[in-house]
Design a binder for this molecule. Structure first.
Ligand SMILES: O=C(O)CCC(=O)C(=O)O
Length: 265
């Protein structure tokens, strides 16, 4: 990718709190992602709470069932932008598929990093909503409050400050974890599917516990890139080791596990 595209993506993300990267997926990639979404959603009922949405179907803890989402989760343009925003080392936060069905009302407004008791000016998360269907003003496109990542802690968006993130299927909305937003009201007759992928600083507890959700064998089966993002990576020399060892080594060399070191090297 040309440096200038990354620069302008990053400027938009920092200035507006979001950027829409249009048409990142080719037809075949999008079709495979949609098929995988349908497989995952098969037999899934509506959520049982107002935040997730009582006319919304969600599948969480996706890492053991990444399937055709692999290339979305590691898409170079998105990864370069998230890296420019958060730094070289980060991990997945929440990772879920969301199918907003007809009749679903607007989700409660929130900003994703609100789960952390951090000052508002810390960019703790940079997140992505992949549109698996066209996002339109009437099918529940994410409502965002541009610039709200810079707002003081006590300011809330007024309805007039919200705009729908309209984008064609195969696009990605990359946004600050400080940006106020919500899934929109789906007044259409079709479902709006999205893959939602949070990225958080490596020293924070991720919202989704990927280690438990994926299991040791599942972690071993992941590609190295996804395993790092699952949190199997040292955040720094002294942060994230297991039995005094690099978790990658611990995971793959069972014989070494009993030989704990007194400090990681
Ligand atoms: O589905 C969407 O458009 C946004 C969902 C969301 O922000 C959330 O559940 O945290």
């Amino acid at each position: 990718m040309r440096g200038s595209a990354l620069d302008s993506d990053l400027v938009a993300l920092r200035e507006d709190g979001y950027v829409v990267l249009q048409g990142l997926l080719g037809d075949a990639e999008l079709a495979a992602a949609r098929n995988h979404a349908d497989d995952l959603l098969s037999g899934i009922g509506w959520s049982d709470n107002d935040f997730d949405g009582r006319r919304t179907r969600r599948v969480y803890s996706l890492l053991s069932r990444v399937g055709a989402f692999d290339s979305l989760l590691l898409h170079p343009r998105v990864r370069n932008l998230v890296t420019a925003s958060l730094g070289e080392v980060y991990q997945f936060g929440m990772l879920f598929l969301s199918a907003v069905d007809p009749g679903q009302g607007t989700q409660p407004l929130h900003f994703d990093a609100g789960v952390y008791p951090l000052p508002r000016d810390v960019e703790a998360e940079t997140n992505v909503i992949w549109a698996l269907d066209d996002f339109t003003a009437d099918n529940g496109a994410t409502l965002i409050a541009p610039g709200s990542h810079r707002w003081a802690a006590d300011r809330r968006p007024k309805p007039s400050e919200l705009v729908p993130a309209v984008m064609p299927a195969g696009s990605a909305l990359v946004y600050s974890g400080r940006l106020w937003h919500a899934a929109g009201h789906n007044t259409s007759e079709t479902t709006r599917r999205a893959l939602i992928c949070e990225h958080v600083l490596p020293w924070l507890r991720p919202a989704d516990n990927h280690i438990l959700g994926t299991g040791l064998d599942g972690l071993r089966r992941l590609t190295p890139g996804l395993r790092r993002l699952a949190g199997v990576a040292l955040a720094s020399d002294y942060l994230g080791f297991v039995a005094g060892q690099d978790p990658e080594r611990w995971l793959h060399h069972a014989d070494d596990r009993t030989h704990s070191k007194s400090s990681p090297t």
